[in-house]
Design a protein around this ligand. Structure first.
Ligand code: PLP
Ligand code: 3DJ
Length: 419
């Protein structure tokens, strides 16, 4: 790679790639061979090459060959068997607590409604959520509050862009039914302390739901060990399930029998093929399933899980930290002179798998980058967000991306001075 700027040591990214024990895995992904720089793996992960073959095999052999018999031969149980795999490989969850099925939004609705309805009889009529949680989480909470006549208590996170335990404690009371938070904040990448925050909510008798969209497949998670009650996460980011692949849900075994989810469909029934009158929920995690699961949407996810399983989530996290660290170092060296600020935590222990950089012209910069096949994304206010999918991103790709960002910032600066 050419290195027009002597302030970046020519060898940094290349050396990091050479030392990276996971470097070869990048070749497993479609598009790794092109010059496109992909810095948005936390919105949509790249597909694995092997997924094309899995899909063809599925169409020819399973769907085409087995037809309706496929349901008895694995599809019916796939939401639960795949859920158990997600639980084992990425969530620190024992079998029987995780399933795959609806979108993140629908799963959030089902679990928050179930939690609130279980807590209301004890006079718990408040939901706590942070002001910077992902829009769908906030909208679902507001909708449920309206439906059930609850109050939403907003945790203001503007100082850190993430949730901390002491300010949260001030909102927690004997009226708190459920606390809805994201482990990694979608904007700032703030990595919340799941264990301490969950314990703080439990101190007042509240349940906690963690949104794991930006952490599953990138950050080690210990749902069972940390006493988490409920969790939801999408599978199209770091789990590379593809656009619209179904989300997973988690309900700790100790809560399952007392939670009634609001979309009671035949696939969550104790005996679905009896097709009898009235609804009797299945035992265990099956009761949180509603309708026919999207089997096709689980194929790519299954492939990625086996890759992550082979590597181990701790190695994935170590590479993720190295990638985000490089991004911060290069920002300080190359972009700070343009006035760019790092809007993500500098402490790796408090940072998820992406880095957000702030500058008043970032909207224009991101639009220009997309035109030249450098793909980060933009999030208000003025944030260029770099999502570094650990198994498909090389250090050289990060460096190439930063070269392009520096060039575009330079162009913006000169167009401002000449205007
Ligand atoms: C934290 C978080 N929650 C939820 C979602 C999305 O929900 P859905 O998969 O239903 O679109 C996203 C990303 O789109 C997200 O980042
Ligand atoms: N889910 C997405 C979609 O369907 C279209 C475009 C982007 C997305 C995303 O995943 C956005 C992402 N959750 C974010 O943190 O911004």
């Amino acid at each position: 790679m050419s290195n027009p700027d002597p302030s970046i040591p020519a060898s940094t990214a290349a050396d990091l790639d050479r030392q990276d024990a996971l470097a070869a895995l990048r070749e497993e992904f479609v598009g790794a061979e092109t010059s496109l720089v992909y810095l948005d793996g936390n919105s949509l992960g790249r597909p694995l090459r092997r997924t094309a073959a899995s899909m063809a095999r599925f169409v020819e052999q399973e769907w085409g060959g087995r037809l309706i018999r496929g349901w008895d031969e694995g599809w019916f149980d796939l939401p639960l068997t795949l859920g158990d795999e997600i639980g084992r490989i990425t969530l620190g969850a024992a079998p029987g607590q995780t399933w795959v099925g609806d979108s993140t939004t629908v799963t959030l609705y089902k679990l928050i409604r179930a939690a609130v309805d279980a807590q209301l009889p004890d006079g718990r009529d408040e939901i706590v959520i942070d002001t910077d949680n992902f829009p769908t989480d906030r909208y679902v909470v507001e909708g449920i509050a309206r439906e059930r006549g609850l109050t939403v208590r907003w945790l203001d996170v503007t100082t850190h862009g993430g949730v901390e335990v002491e300010p949260l404690r001030e909102l927690l009371t004997e009226r708190t039914a459920v606390v809805v938070l994201s482990q990694v904040a979608y904007r700032s990448a703030w990595l919340a302390d799941v264990e301490r925050i969950t314990a703080a909510a439990h101190d007042v008798g509240a349940l906690v739901l963690w949104d794991l969209c930006h952490s599953a497949g990138s950050v080690p998670i210990e749902l069972d060990a940390h006493g988490v009650d409920l969790a939801v996460g999408c599978t199209y980011k770091y789990l590379n399930g593809g656009p619209g692949s179904p989300a997973f849900g988690y309900v700790a075994a100790r809560h399952q029998s007392r939670l009634a989810q609001p979309i009671q469909g035949w696939m969550g029934h104790a005996d679905p093929f009896a097709m009898g009158p009235g609804y009797t929920p299945a035992e265990g995690a099956r009761r949180f399933i509603s309708g026919t699961p999207p089997v096709l949407g689980m194929l790519a996810l299954r492939d990625m899980l086996s890759l992550v399983d082979g590597v181990g989530i701790d190695a994935v996290r170590a590479k993720s930290v190295a990638l985000t660290q490089l991004a911060i170092e290069v920002t300080d060296e190359r972009l700070a002179p343009f006035g760019v600020e790092v809007a993500s935590p500098r402490d790796a222990d408090r940072r998820g798998g992406h880095v957000t950089l702030r500058h008043p012209r970032m909207r224009e910069v991101v639009a220009a980058l997309w035109r030249r096949d450098v793909i980060p994304d933009y999030r208000d206010p003025h944030g260029l967000r770099i999502g570094l999918s650990p198994l498909s991103t090389s250090f050289a790709e990060v460096e190439a991306g930063f070269e392009a960002i520096a060039e575009e910032l330079g162009r913006q600066a000169s167009s401002t001075t000449t205007a």
